[in-house]
Design a protein around this ligand. Structure first.
Ligand code: SF4
Length: 131
């Protein structure tokens, strides 16, 4: 799934800033954009290759890719459907999943495929068990 361009994201964004102040925005971005592969170029000072959704937000609109999750949260206010951790290798399967070989489809797939797909974090995690 590729990111929309700035023009595409701006055209579908909601009017109104996604955050009330800079602290709210910085807290959310710290937990999302600052570790997302889509804004990694700016961490290498390649400013012209940054995430266009951030630019939309900085210009006072809320990208439609940011789904409200916790209206009172600082770090989890939104879930960005394009978020992907920079260290996440991905699901390891092509998307969309190809038709099985030798199968004929009853319907064309394109109208039914989702335009966006949220990545699951596939990195191994350590968990603790409390007894
Ligand atoms: S894709 Fe979403 S989480 Fe990633 S940098 Fe862009 S706005 Fe932030």
């Amino acid at each position: 799934m590729s990111l929309p361009t700035f023009e595409e994201a701006d055209a579908t964004a909601q009017e109104g800033s996604p955050f009330s102040n800079g602290t709210e925005g910085e807290c959310w971005m710290e937990n999302n954009c600052h570790r997302c592969v889509n804004d990694a170029p700016t961490r290498r000072d390649e400013w012209d290759k940054g995430c266009p959704l951030i630019m939309v937000a900085l210009l006072g609109k809320t990208p439609n890719a940011w789904m409200e999750r916790n209206p009172y949260g600082l770090y989890d206010r939104y879930s960005c459907i394009y978020f992907r951790d920079e260290d996440d290798p991905g699901p390891g399967e092509p998307t969309p999943i190809p038709d099985p070989p030798g199968q004929e489809g009853l319907f064309p797939r394109e109208p039914f495929e989702r335009p966006g797909r949220m990545y699951a974090d596939t990195r191994p995690r350590e968990v603790s068990v409390h007894g």
